[in-house]
Design a protein. Structure first.
Length: 300
């Protein structure tokens, strides 16, 4: 049994999928499967079983996963400490970002970071807010748009970051679009709820925020369709499936086929958050990126 085998097993236990674990480890799937077989031989009994397209841990595997995850986290802490000693000029920065941030903010930040620190390798991971929070242990910095939640790993720092407005979107010519064409007119959530809604998938920060806003307003929406990703929502709205909700920044480069509507009496605004695993000892590359995040204005 080797530390590499345990770290590989930790990745599989976290994702319950060998292929996804291989991608996260930058290994081939056969290489990961080979390490798992060697580990099972060491223990003399199954540590996992196939379960559809993924795997399910056996009781022995679940117990081993606890040790493997602790080993993996200790190893990463040592890596962070090493990077801190080396300085910000070199190293690897692993950034996770939820969908809206990954699509409309992160590219500009990475471009500026690489202009400042060209020898730092930047690795990115995307997903909805829930997926990014679940992968915190493999990241240096995480940028999310949904509620932070209470189940963060010990030592994770939370920094409130930028403000973002969530807007309703409809096709041009939709009754809501024609209504707000009059100066000073904005729809309320009750007005929007009169139409079918197109929502993001479960775990999306936008969806969580919109659902909480409807609940606070005492309005029950009718969800006609749930789709993955911002662009999926836009396409469904273009197709006439209903009213969607997206970040206003995702509408910056639209072609005019869609109208965006601010909600009255108070716009739906939220804050993005930056999560810093092991905030007590962040690497210098992570510190450099965090400083950049607070210094660079939002992209136009």
């Amino acid at each position: 049994m080797s530390p590499d085998q345990l770290i590989t097993f930790a990745a599989v236990a976290e994702r319950l999928n060998i292929s996804r674990a291989a991608d996260a480890l930058h290994l081939s799937q056969p290489a990961v499967s080979g390490q798992l077989r060697q580990l099972q031989d060491e223990f003399g009994e199954p540590l996992y079983r196939r379960d559809g397209r993924g795997v399910r841990l056996t009781p022995s595997g679940a117990q081993l996963a606890e040790y493997a995850l602790k080993l993996r986290d200790t190893f990463r802490q040592a890596q962070a400490y090493r990077n801190a000693l080396r300085g910000v000029a070199r190293g690897t920065l692993r950034i996770g970002a939820s969908t809206t941030i990954a699509s409309y903010l992160l590219p500009y930040l990475i471009a500026e970071f690489q202009r400042r620190y060209p020898e730092v390798e930047v690795q990115t991971a995307g997903g909805n807010t829930g997926e990014i929070v679940a992968s915190l242990s493999s990241l240096d910095v995480a940028m999310i748009e949904g509620p932070v939640g209470a189940d963060l790993p010990e030592g994770t720092g939370v920094r409130v970051w930028r403000e973002d407005e969530i807007v309703a979107i409809v096709p041009r010519g939709h009754p809501l679009a024609e209504r707000v064409a009059r100066p000073g007119v904005k729809p309320a959530l009750a007005d929007v709820a009169a139409y079918p809604l197109v929502m993001r998938e479960e775990g999306s920060g936008v969806r969580q925020f919109v659902e909480q806003s409807f609940e606070a307003a005492g309005v029950a929406p009718q969800v006609a369709l749930a789709v993955a990703g911002v662009e999926g929502v836009k396409e469904a709205v273009r197709a006439g499936m209903g009213v969607g909700f997206v970040s206003a920044m995702s509408m910056r480069h639209e072609d005019g086929a869609l109208a965006q509507l601010s909600i009255m009496p108070k716009a739906l605004t939220r804050h993005f958050s930056i999560l810093v695993p092991h905030e007590g000892a962040p690497s210098r590359v992570a510190t450099g990126f965090l400083e950049l995040c607070t210094a660079v204005p939002a992209a136009a």
